[in-house]
Design a protein around this ligand. Structure first.
Ligand SMILES: Cc1ncc(COP(=O)(O)O)c(C=O)c1O
Length: 364
């Protein structure tokens, strides 16, 4: 079976070398040597300041919403992973959905502006499949209406927009280092924040709000990355450019092979530097997409209908009897979700596999 993804693993001996050091220090967590080392290396690699390492990308989002002390409504995209919508509800806020741009697949700033009311406190936008949102327009809107701007950059490791890290836009960006991502620490994530005061608060919030042995200054949580995750990150970071280069060649091969196939549409990439985390392809309609999905499965290939369904179609919303697609006018997002399929893409996927996947699609 060729799966949609395969986690990158470093050289085992290298990992074991680090494990030996952990065995001798016996410091397994609590902001140990390797978490601190990884933080510095990531700030340098990603060209960002103020990065906080956490245990996963979902808790990174939760802490971002928490530290900004938001109230009321958060305008967001329905074309994203469940966590983006879940965290808004988890923090006791109300998600208000805005439609996407059908070319970039990212939230459309014009649609965001239409949804702003007195209750709106923030915009939570996802850089879908690593492709930067329209960061300039979103910033204009956030500034004009005095809204906080948060980016779910779970997919956007190493991505640049106009030759600058996409993580430097907005008030806060969050990353996921989950095993399936371009850069992984098994489970893990990070928060990048501009404001120094928020940076200080985030460091406290991820560690129970503990300021000193005898004082807890904020009602925090436990979102710490541990040393085992950090050393996986240190190992994986060493080869990251090579892994992205390999992904790029496979991504380009897919596009070359599928270009011109009836009904096939690709995501319009606006990144100046992309990370090729996924290989999304849109087909003519839901029937074609589902037919290709079944045909690939029959041939031992497991693509993923990602993101399908839209988060507004999750059963927890449906149970409340709401048709949120109609309510929020999300027709473009619904259309892309019905047509999209993420094809297998990982750094050591064979080029011959790309060719055979493309041939199966073309023959359908
Ligand atoms: C867009 C998006 N947001 C958030 C997350 C959550 O990250 P994690 O799995 O590290 O909790 C993911 C993870 O897959 C994601 O794809």
């Amino acid at each position: 079976m060729i799966n949609v993804t395969k986690s990158d693993l470093p050289d085992l001996e290298k990992y074991v070398e680090y494990l030996k050091k952990i065995w001798s220090s016996r410091q397994l967590t609590n902001d140990g040597e390797f978490v601190q080392l990884l933080k510095g290396k990531l700030e340098e690699y990603l060209s960002v300041e103020n990065l906080v390492l956490v245990s996963n990308g979902t808790v990174a989002l939760q802490l971002a919403l928490k530290v900004l002390q938001l109230r009321g409504d958060v305008i967001t995209t329905p074309f994203t992973f469940s966590a983006t919508t879940n965290v808004i509800l988890w923090e006791g806020l109300t998600p208000v959905f805005a439609d996407i741009d059908p070319d970039t697949f990212n939230i459309d700033p014009k649609e965001v502006e239409k949804k702003i009311t007195r209750k709106t406190s923030a915009i939570l936008a996802t850089h879908v499949y690593g492709n930067p949102c329209d960061v300039e327009e979103l910033q204009k809107i956030a500034t004009e209406y005095k809204l906080k701007l948060i980016y779910d950059a779970a997919h956007a490791f190493g991505v640049e927009y106009k030759n600058e890290s996409v993580l430097n836009y907005g008030d806060i960006s969050t990353l996921s280092f989950h095993a399936t991502k371009v850069f992984n620490t098994i489970e893990g994530g990070a928060i990048v924040v501009k404001d120094e005061e928020l940076f200080g608060k985030l460091k406290l919030l991820r560690n129970h709000g503990i300021k000193s042995e005898e004082d807890v200054v904020l009602p925090g949580t436990n979102a710490k990355m541990n040393e085992f995750q950090a050393v996986m990150g240190l190992c994986n970071l060493e080869n990251i450019d090579e892994k992205i280069r390999l992904r790029k060649s496979l991504y380009e091969r897919y596009r070359e092979r599928l270009r011109g196939t009836k009904g096939v549409k690709f995501q319009k990439i606006i990144a100046s530097k992309h990370n090729y985390i996924y290989m999304p392809v849109c087909f003519e309609n839901i029937e074609t997409r589902d037919g290709i999905y079944s045909e690939l499965i029959k041939n031992g290939i497991k693509p993923r209908k990602y993101f399908f369904p839209l988060t507004v179609n999750f059963s927890y919303f449906k149970k409340r009897g709401m048709d949120l697609i109609e309510k929020y006018r999300l027709q473009k997002a619904a259309d892309i979700a019905n047509r999209v399929l993420c094809l297998p893409l990982y750094s050591d996927l064979e080029i011959a596999a790309v060719d055979s996947i493309a041939s199966i699609i073309k023959a359908k």
